[in-house]
Write a protein of this length. Structure first.
Length: 142
């Protein structure tokens, strides 16, 4: 499966907004996640205080390179290894996805049109599938 051209265009187009508002979005995402899915808080027990800043940077990098994902292969491997270390499972991805999309809407307001939210939904779950696949490989060798 590949990302749609429309999704790639929208995500790349929102990259400048993510540079400006990414930290606010990821901070809000964690607030949403821990409020709506308190069981996920344990997954972040040893996360650094600036985790939302690191996640914002990863999202910006994804948006900027969404049409050349090979550039992100090392980052994907680092993230997948971290997820295995903290026991992230496939069932956690929808919780984070819903929380992230709501945070985008909350922070960007009307700029986060239905098209923007749908594009980021497609992009998030596309990357999620890549991470889940890599994590499955890593879990099998742990």
């Amino acid at each position: 499966m590949a990302l749609s051209v429309k999704t790639i265009e929208i995500c790349k187009g929102t990259a400048p907004l993510l540079v400006e508002y990414g930290e606010a979005i990821t901070k809000k995402m964690y607030d949403n996640l821990f409020t709506n899915y308190p069981e996920t808080k344990a997954l972040f027990g040893d996360a650094p205080e600036d985790q939302h800043i690191k996640l914002a940077g990863a999202i910006v990098a994804y948006a900027a390179n969404i049409d050349k994902l090979h550039v992100l292969s090392h980052a994907v491997d680092v993230i997948a290894n971290r997820h295995v270390k903290t026991n992230v499972k496939p069932e956690h991805y929808p919780m984070v996805g819903v929380s992230l999309l709501q945070a985008i809407k909350d922070v960007l307001g009307d700029v986060a049109s239905d098209d923007v939210i749908e594009a980021w939904k497609e992009a998030y779950f596309f990357l999620g599938d890549i991470l889940i696949g890599r994590e499955k490989e890593l879990y099998s060798i742990v």
